[in-house]
Ligand binder design. Structure first.
Ligand SMILES: [Zn+2]
Length: 312
């Protein structure tokens, strides 16, 4: 609510014994302050989609230039020491902070990605292949119908690294009046504090990810439990590089844990959080400035209706 009106009310009702003259002076002062307040630029609305009223949503779409974020996570085991929702908690931390720096609307909690490889662990929720794609398509369609003509899927889970670019590719199958962008996980960068564990196998709930969690949700990190099981690479499959099979992850990390979570530090986490937030901010700015993707999509959709007329 606006501060000015409430001030007048509180002042007039708490003055008590004061003269009417003094009360009126205070009221006039408060009303002047209220007028100044009304003329200053309105504060940014919440970046949370679900916290906006319908009318505020409409103006927020204008403020965001139609740019919306879909932080994309999963429910899966994260070693012995991190919560099931770790990836979404972390990616939302980065996305929400970024959207506050460069305004964008952030879609509510979305846990519906690819995680078949952890179905043998408690707490994993793995929707079928078709549903993952359909739900994501209907979600971005609904976002676009509400004015999000530029949707940035901000990935927080390595198991989505094939799904999300595939989803973006499939947007060319039929015309859409909006653009899907996919932003990969980007927590590392130049000037990073030295890692204590081997970066090559620091892949899941290890030093890096645990450090990030220590910033996003320190209350959910049980660092003392990290050594309870091994996150070592068991290398049980001998296949040449470039030859892929889906069981590769289970073959290497059957505990669904890769790395050494106990090596995590707040120092590394602070660096990662800052790097990730900056990366999302840069992506929002680039997407807002991008006028070519939609233009080229439209040209492509038109040509794809009659390929024999496409200039050769
Ligand atoms: Zn994770």
């Amino acid at each position: 609510m606006s501060g000015g009106g409430r001030d007048v009310y509180q002042r007039l009702t708490t003055i008590g014994e004061d003269t009417l003259y003094k009360s009126l002076l205070l009221a006039i002062n408060a009303l002047c302050a209220s007028t100044v307040w009304a003329q200053s630029p309105s504060p940014a609305p919440s970046v949370h989609w679900e916290e906006l009223t319908a009318a505020d949503f409409k103006s927020a779409i204008g403020r965001a230039q139609g740019t919306c974020l879909l932080p994309f996570g999963i429910l899966e085991k994260h070693g012995a020491h991190l919560p099931l929702g770790n990836d979404l908690l972390n990616v939302r931390y980065a996305a929400l902070n970024a959207a506050q720096q460069e305004y964008a609307i952030v879609f509510p909690e979305y846990y519906f990605g690819q995680i078949f490889e952890a179905k043998h662990q408690p707490g994993t929720v793995a929707y079928s292949r078709g549903l993952q794609l359909q739900l994501l398509q209907e979600t971005t369609d609904e976002m676009a119908r509400n004015g999000c003509k530029k949707v940035i899927v901000v990935n927080g889970h390595g198991g989505n690294n094939s799904l999300l670019p595939f989803f973006a590719q499939t947007q060319l199958d039929a015309p859409h009046d909006y653009v899907v962008y996919v932003l990969g996980i980007s927590r590392s960068g130049p000037g990073e504090p030295k890692h204590k564990s081997n970066p090559a196998t620091d892949m899941h709930a290890g030093e890096s990810e645990t450090s990030m969690s220590m910033i996003a949700r320190p209350d959910l990190v049980h660092l003392d439990r990290a050594p309870q099981e091994s996150g070592a690479d068991q290398a049980r499959l001998k296949l040449p590089e470039g030859l892929y099979t889906g069981i590769w992850w289970y073959a290497r990390f059957p505990n669904h844990y890769a790395g050494e979570g106990a090596a995590a530090t707040r120092e590394l986490g602070e660096f990662e959080a800052k790097t990730w937030i900056n990366g999302v901010v840069q992506a929002i700015r680039a997407v807002k400035a991008d006028q070519e993707s939609l233009r080229l999509q439209n040209e492509f959709y038109e040509r794809s209706k009659h390929p024999l007329e496409t200039p050769q």
